[in-house]
Design a protein around this ligand. Structure first.
Ligand code: GLY
Ligand code: MN
Ligand code: MN
Length: 518
């Protein structure tokens, strides 16, 4: 078929592509409509808000940041919404550094930015060296066009958002409209040696902020490469600041763990239904998801619901598999609270309610490794030694089973590591606002650092024997086991926050029987 040719006809010029998103709707634009829409709405109620429980803790964290960078302007964006498809965004979640320094969780506030402005030494907030201000787009008046016409920010579309007064009262921070942000970020910015103010930015969180700061740097002759390194130091410090959790954070983590434990009970209850469904793993995944949304903000990360051989795929999040009687199902899941702190727990459960002999043998080896790692955890012990302790136990079992091709000593040496074929991931990671928390911390502050009270991390050894693995006896194949608990370092030891979720073979079997019979 031929198209009529018309060289002068250019549809893209008649209506620019970016305007076509409106072609599916029919929004009135008459002055009469606008005047009517802007009238006869009840006033927004003037409520006084109490400070958030997190507010004083967030203030202490900002004071620590101020001490570290006493003369620099610090810019910490919440981030912009991320497109999921076309004009549909993912549900917004602020950057964890922003949440940590403001105490705000849930969906606050797309495009918000915390700016810490350096002032004369000791004359800032609480005697610090900075005055912090929270910039965000506040609730638009009901007489504004934004109220009914902006699909991303208008109250008519997305519901109420806070006013400047609300977030000021809740956070204790002065608040300003986003329209004042550009000036606050760029005023007097420049080369320090000639009297300019140095900016440090949490990068790659909000492209507009990256562009604003980069443009300011270029315009004022600030070296971009050096600035990148300075920004990196800020990210590193903010990550390391989260290595030790304060009492508010510990309480939030306990809440996330409790919700997650209830979610695991939902999982057990869903298993009989899962065995009847073609995508039984999804039955398990969605049972947990309901708990996460009902009690918290969301999942802390995509749930792994992995039955049979899928349990040997470390990041199995497709969850499309069947859940068959006689198999194990490994579930790794965490509820993220409204405060954005997440748990990260794994249990490996027998689909039929009882472990077979070989399943129990493998399970008990992993359990012994987890218990040994927990017993080793106390202040002063190196983070890396938790992993080594677990590896010693697993290597010994692999050797006893005749699977390890070398001696335990040789496997555990740096030149060996053969046991890692069946346990290729780390045993522990810090946990908090991010599931893999403190990810920008230096090695000497993380892996090589001594444990300190207030640290929260996982202990999660596993053994993964794939169907395709010809290095093991057939009876081991198609079995994956991981046991993951969330551990708090105390003054003289460590405690598992998730210890009361059944984890021995016997506890699990009686728990499943009890849930199914209730
Ligand atoms: N589910 C991610 C992890 O356990 O680290
Ligand atoms: Mn996990
Ligand atoms: Mn984990």
């Amino acid at each position: 078929m031929t198209q009529p040719s018309d060289a002068s006809h250019n549809p893209a010029q008649e209506q620019p592509l970016q305007d076509r998103v409106e072609n599916r709707s029919h929004r009135p634009s008459s002055d009469a409509f606008k005047a009517f829409m802007g009238s006869q709405w009840q006033e927004v109620e003037a409520i006084d808000f109490q400070p958030d429980a997190a507010a004083p803790y967030a203030a202490q964290r900002r004071a620590a940041v101020s001490r570290q960078f006493p003369t620099d302007r610090l810019v910490i964006p919440a981030g912009a919404p991320k497109v999921r498809s076309n004009d549909t965004d993912y549900r917004f979640r602020p950057h964890s550094a922003f949440a940590h320094l403001t105490g705000l969780g849930v969906d606050h506030e797309p495009e918000a930015v915390l700016v810490m402005q350096p002032v004369a030494e000791g004359s800032g907030d609480d005697g610090s060296n900075h005055e912090a201000t929270l910039f965000f787009r506040p609730l638009a008046g009901r007489d504004s066009e934004e109220f009914y016409s902006n699909t991303k920010t208008g109250e008519f579309w997305v519901g109420p958002v806070p006013t400047l007064k609300e977030l000021n009262q809740r956070t204790g921070l002065p608040t300003k409209d986003l329209t004042e942000l550009e000036y606050a970020v760029t005023v007097d910015a420049g080369v320090v040696e000639i009297g300019g103010t140095r900016i440090r930015l949490v990068r790659e969180t909000d492209q507009n902020m990256d562009a604003l700061v980069d443009t300011s740097r270029i315009n004022t002759g600030v070296d971009l490469e050096i600035s990148d390194a300075l920004d990196g130091e800020l990210a590193e410090f903010l990550s390391e600041l989260r290595l030790i959790k304060d009492e508010h954070e510990i309480a939030e983590m306990c809440g996330s763990v409790e919700s997650t434990i209830r979610g695991f009970e939902d999982i057990v209850r869903a298993i009989p239904q899962a065995t009847k469904h073609d995508r039984g793993e999804r039955v398990i995944e969605t049972a947990f998801f309901a708990r996460a949304r009902l009690e918290g903000n969301d999942l802390g990360y995509d749930t792994i619901a992995a039955a049979g051989n899928n349990a040997t795929v470390l990041h199995w999040i497709r969850n499309t598999g069947q859940v068959k009687e006689g198999d194990l199902v490994l579930v790794d899941a965490g509820v993220e609270a409204d405060s954005l702190y997440t748990a990260d727990i794994t249990r490996t459960l027998p689909v039929s309610g009882t472990f077979t002999e070989i399943q129990a043998k493998i399970y008990n080896a992993v359990l012994e490794a987890a218990d040994a790692a927990l017993a080793a955890a106390k202040p002063g012990v190196l983070f890396r030694d938790i992993h080594l302790t677990a590896m010693e136990v697993l290597a010994q079992h692999l050797s006893d089973w005749g699977i390890l091709p070398v001696s335990v000593e040789e496997a555990l040496s740096a030149e060996g590591q053969q046991h890692r074929r069946w346990m290729p991931h780390g045993t522990s990671h810090h946990l908090g606002l991010d599931v893999h928390d403190c990810a920008q911390a230096r090695r000497e502050m993380y892996l090589d650092a001594p444990l300190r009270p207030g640290m929260i991390f996982t202990i999660e050894p596993g053994l993964y024997f794939k169907n395709e693995d010809l290095a093991i006896p057939a009876e081991f194949r198609g079995i994956g086991v991981r046991i993951e608990d969330d551990i708090l370092v105390t003054q003289d030891g460590a405690e598992s926050l998730s210890a009361h979720l059944p984890r021995t073979v016997q506890e699990i079997e009686s728990w499943m029987a009890q849930v199914w019979n209730s």
